[in-house]
Unconditional design. Structure first.
Length: 195
């Protein structure tokens, strides 16, 4: 899952939001001297990633990507599932997306000083430029994925992945709607973060 889903699955605290994103920025090597509440958030991040990566519906979703892009299909699905979460936000949350983003961005800003350098830079850009606004549209998803393709350190054909998404949008949306409630339930049942 990508950033929005990880934040959605966090508890409404600064430590949880920090920990639930830390997994994408070196995770365990940064938890020395951090509170257990951050470590629990990090463990929740890894739980979400393991469940997602192993899930048959996510594996099925990867089959909708062309052979030249399949190697990075997981990356595309992470961003795309954030898009679908935005599209179906009210099915999963009574709080408005705008209010959730303001709350979440505020929590992340509270912990910016203790984040690893790369995470600080990403979180500052994420919050100041409201990356999740970009994920609202398919064009925005395509732009985000093309930017990721440019950062891959070797020649690849990931650019244009949004074409595969556009061609299979309804099927991928249906897979998300079947998968995400299972992920929410799994996180709830595991109860790694207690509030």
């Amino acid at each position: 899952m990508n950033y929005l889903a990880h934040l959605y699955l966090a508890k409404p605290t600064a430590d949880s939001h920090f920990g639930n994103l830390l997994g994408d920025f070196g995770g365990r090597k940064h938890i020395e001297r951090l509170p257990m509440t951050v470590e629990n958030g990090l463990d929740n991040h890894y739980l979400v990633d393991r469940f997602t990566d192993a899930h048959p519906l996510v594996k099925e979703a990867k089959q909708y990507f062309s052979s030249k892009r399949k190697r990075f299909a997981g990356v595309a699905i992470d961003v795309l599932f954030d898009h679908f979460l935005i599209q179906h936000w009210h099915a999963f949350n009574t709080q408005s997306l705008c209010d959730f983003k303001q709350m979440s961005y505020g929590f992340l800003q509270q912990r910016i000083s203790v984040m690893p350098g790369k995470m600080q830079r990403v979180v500052i850009s994420l919050t100041e430029n409201d990356w999740f606004k970009e994920y609202e549209t398919l064009d925005g998803v395509g732009l985000a994925l093309d930017n990721i393709a440019k950062r891959i350190r070797f020649t690849n054909q990931f650019t244009g992945a949004v074409e595969d998404i556009d061609r299979n949008y309804r099927e991928l949306d249906a897979l998300f709607l079947a998968f995400f409630p299972e992920l929410i339930e799994h996180v709830k049942q595991q109860g790694i973060e207690k509030v």
